[in-house]
Design a protein around this ligand. Structure first.
Ligand code: GLV
Length: 311
């Protein structure tokens, strides 16, 4: 069985499976030959340049297992009959950690102090703080729950929002309420920090528009660890320019953000280049996931994280 894998690390964890022939395609350089014999494709973390072209050549493809939580680069081009599985859980630790780090960095003004340090300036002043903040997590799934667990020691109030309202077991096992997205207009004005963790779908494209931003409290912080397409970049730049809001962004639209784009120099924005899940922690978890999914696939057992419907 021929499998395209994104790295030698992934090939390494499948090495003991005699029926598996791994070919490494990391998305850079020329595409390997033999796409028409590939039965399983594990694409790299950073999307390859021509997904529709690659998929069109994979006539025998049966399973596409991503190492990302997001599957939006593949879904529109998936040939019928091919199973798509995401990497739910793989990036919980890395992304939740990034979100906590980013909110603390912006609220405690670390980027400004780093600039002052480079200028050898003792820039003493009071800053904001995470303690006592109300943190709204929009797109409360496995990364959101990981974020809530990490925020547990910071003396904040977490408010959870998902597509539909529900009750679920919270970090302490006691039932907690998850609000529905339809409640956002009432929830936004009270939040000090708004964290985006929703998947990129037709329903979430441009969800954070001028009206959404206008409902956010003066001085609030928008944290985007979801996808750039969720936020209307022009509306965000306009709001940041007034100095009313701040933003910590791991994802932007467009991506990569080109030199000279107004978002780079908007006041109060802290940008990282889509790195929340690019850590050894995610790599270790993705290796475990790929191996266990492959073993299930070869045994004819049900796969985990199968994407269906409006995931
Ligand atoms: C990273 O952005 C992911 O979708 O896992």
């Amino acid at each position: 069985m021929k499998i395209w894998v994104p790295s030698l690390d992934v090939a390494g964890v499948l090495r003991d499976l005699p029926e598996v022939e791994c070919v490494v395609y990391d998305g850079t350089g020329a595409m390997p030959g033999g796409a028409d014999e590939v039965e399983v494709w594990v694409p790299p973390l950073v999307t390859v340049p021509d997904v529709p072209g690659v998929l069109a050549g994979m006539k025998k493809l049966r399973l596409l297992q991503t190492v990302t939580a997001g599957v939006e680069p593949y879904r529109p081009y998936l040939p019928s009959g091919v199973i798509l599985c995401n990497a739910r859980g793989v990036h919980d630790a890395g992304t939740a950690e990034w979100a906590v780090g980013a909110m603390i960095a912006v609220l405690r003004e670390f980027p400004e102090f780093a600039a002052a340090q480079r200028a050898e300036k003792w820039a003493y002043h009071h800053t904001g703080v995470l303690a006592d903040a109300k943190v709204l997590i929009i797109g409360y799934g496995s990364i959101g729950a990981a974020l809530e667990r990490r925020l547990d020691g910071f003396e904040v109030e977490v408010v959870r929002v998902a597509r539909a309202a529900r009750e679920m077991a919270g970090p302490q096992g006691t039932p907690v309420r998850v609000h529905g997205e339809d409640e956002l207009p009432a929830l936004l004005p009270a939040a000090d920090v708004v964290v985006l963790l929703v998947p990129a779908t037709a329903a979430t494209a441009g969800m954070v528009d001028a009206a959404f931003l206008a409902r956010m409290k003066d001085g609030a912080l928008l944290v985007n660890a979801a996808r750039g397409s969720v936020v209307d970049t022009g509306a965000l730049v306009a709001e940041l320019t007034t100095g009313r809001l701040r933003a910590a962004l791991d994802v932007v639209d467009p991506e990569p953000l080109p030199p000279g784009h107004p978002l780079w120099s908007a006041p109060g924005v802290f940008i990282t280049p889509h790195v929340a899940g690019s850590t050894p922690a995610s790599l270790r978890r993705s290796l475990k996931l790929v191996r266990s999914q492959l073993l299930r696939y070869m045994a004819g057992e049900p796969l985990n994280n199968v994407i269906t419907g409006s995931y």
